[in-house]
Design a protein around this ligand. Sequence first.
Ligand code: SF4
Length: 442
Amino acid sequence: MALSGLDIYKLLPKTNCRECGFATCLAFAMQLAKKAVGIDKCPHLTSEVKGKLEAQSQPPIKLITIGSGETRLEIGNENVMFRHEEKFFRPAGIGFIVEDNSTDAEIKTKIEKINELKFERVGQRLEVNLVAIRQNKDAKRFIDVVQLVSVNTPLSLVLMSPDAQALKGALEILKGRNPLIYHATKENLTALTQLAKDYKVPLVAQGDDLEKVSELTAELSKQGVNDLIIETGKKPISEKVWDLTQIRRLALKKSNRGLGYPSLVVVEQNDVYAEAQEAATYITKYAGIVLLKGIESWAVLSLLTLRQNIYTDPQKPLQIEPKLYPIGQVNDKSPVLVTTNFSLSYYTVLGEVEASKIPAYIISIDTEGMSVLTAWAAEKFTPQKINESINKFGVKDAISHKRLVIPGYVAVMSGELQDESGFEIIVGPKEAAGIPSFLKNL
Ligand code: SF4
């Protein structure tokens, strides 16, 4: 676990000599804990203290990059077990397995569908990350399929093969694309270590249990391969969840360097519902990469939505810019709907206004990202605040009428808002789903 500023202070000389540029050793320790300065600034550290501080400055879970350019995937470097303690930083990579015993036409069709798995939700783009090519036939077929896939997708690649010759051929084709090799075991360690070193690519280390994985990563690290991802093989879901949880816990709480890497899981379900459920379980329980076979867009969207929710900062709700948004071909007679600047609230209202096909304005009030009822209870969505926003965002210049539609849940403020703003207040539906019929009848 990372040392606190006070823990670090206890290791310092406490002479307050100022040579580090700080007035006291304590001030330096605090900055060191925040990783705002390097330990080299203090020339008076013993080698033992240096060693301790260097070890603590390493992230407990190593940051690993797979792929290159804009579509590269970065995973690891997480600091907490639970998102409310801070936040989770690097969303799990979601990838799809392509079998090399499929026909070229089938593979191309699957890749096209994978490339199209892009969605927009609450103002963010949701995308998948990886294509994994799995060897079932000979080395030549595997290499041909790697070639076929690589020219048809910009996504990062995973090479799933136990055959060092096949992997070597594939790595030659993929120079510069930084693919992930899946996977090294005790048996093929020498050959795959050499490949990972020669081509400078990340490697999955697989062992049946945490002890074996730990031994394997220690050995790989000793041999100079440090860009590692860990896997504990095929197991029932409950055991897999236990492994994922223990790996995270031991890396964070016990500073177990052998397990201080992101984890990968392969979901081998034939039923698309079971596959989505299993993948969702792993996304919620610390998987760094989840590989699937199915590419049904509804299932993928649900996984990406889940991932988006888990990797959102719980202390900073997704927000949009507070302002007056014209939706469609608005004119001065268009209705004005009031909502908050919580992304989910705004985009839900937006979706329904668009569905109604009636041009309208949406004014989003700055509630620091809170939803309507929460903001109202916290006094961030008040008649005064709404009136200020009406003036600030030029509502009176945009429309010639004086009517505002407020969410049904805050009907209670309609009288006060009317007095405050001079607008006629119309109470809209409680649920956004009621907006299309409401607008049609307005
Ligand atoms: S240089 Fe080292 S000993 Fe001197 S004040 Fe800074 S931390 Fe303390």
